[in-house]
Design a protein around this ligand. Sequence first.
Ligand code: CP3
Length: 341
Amino acid sequence: MSDSLFLDVCAGIHVPEKPVWLMRQAGRYLPEYRRVREQFPTFLDFVANSDAAAEVTLQPIERFHLDAAILFNDILVTLPPMGFQLSFESGKGPVIQNPVRDIRGLEQIKFPHLENTLSYTREAIRKAKKRLPGSVPLLGFAGGPLTVASYAIEGKSSSHLLETKKLLFTKPEIFDAFMQIITEFTGNYLLLQAEWGCDALVIMDSWAGHFCKEIYRDFILPYTRQIVDKIKSVTKMPLIHYANGASHLLSSVESLSVDVIGLDWRTDISEAFEKYPEQVFQGNPDPSFLFTEPQTVRRQTEILLEKVQDRPHIFNLGHGVLPETPVENVQVFIDTIRGKC
Ligand code: CP3
């Protein structure tokens, strides 16, 4: 047992209380976040300011007393050091001016020392850790290799990942070489976050669900496995894997040696418990349920509690908190889990 509920549950220990944190817990739904966000012209300026990043990392902990903090950062921050011209445009999300589509795209990639180019992450971790209560672990994270690669291939958020799939099917050697580069960066970046003071790590593969089982297993999973194995060969730190829209990929994800599997909201959590009784899961209600009335939020949370029973489980949503979410309903969700409602 440690003094952290979250770390105990990651280790599969049965504890009476239930740990909860939220993907995108620091975000636009919080007025205190919007006040800090306003001070920066761009999202990347904001992330690179370690005082501001530490401040917003702490905000949801101070407001809700959650059981884990997640570093305020983004999965795409490894792309600019590699030479990608990344910006976040309002209403459009991430935009990359020089996407990779061919051998020339691969040749333009730079291999800098992440210790130097991402030293603001080290500072943000140091400042956040200094202010966090000892019982609240800090989570570091990175995107799954497919998700980060797909932004760099598409050049923007894309609903069909057409360029990524075209590259995979028509120029598999370029796709593989690029995935291998992203895999190295991602593994190194996660290990740096561990070295810099994080207590657990999360891999977020938001676009994995766009692929069928066989393609995921043969062309994508091996890269994620390399990252997981590399981390596990160096540290015992808990590792969480989250993939979105990925119920059909659960058997593949389960074959990774991760401590916790984050389930997206489309997954039937009872089926997952039944199929993998030894696995610790995280999740998984649909973030939109927080837009209903408090009594519905309470009822839906009670249904989840009934399904989880006394299993070691990490409460969270099945994807990130949406920007317009009513803060009161987030409070009801957390209070119901903790039996205060
Ligand atoms: O609280 C936390 O969870 C920590 C911070 C965090 C952010 N992004 C901050 C952020 C985390 C863990 C992420 C992960 C992330 N970023 C993912 C994986 C999880 C997921 O949501 O599927 C992905 C795909 C991204 C890429 C990304 N970053 C997009 C598509 C966008 C634009 C969409 C949007 O919500 O505006 C971002 C920007 C971003 N990253 C914001 C935040 C709070 C919003 C920007 C702002 O406040 O101006």
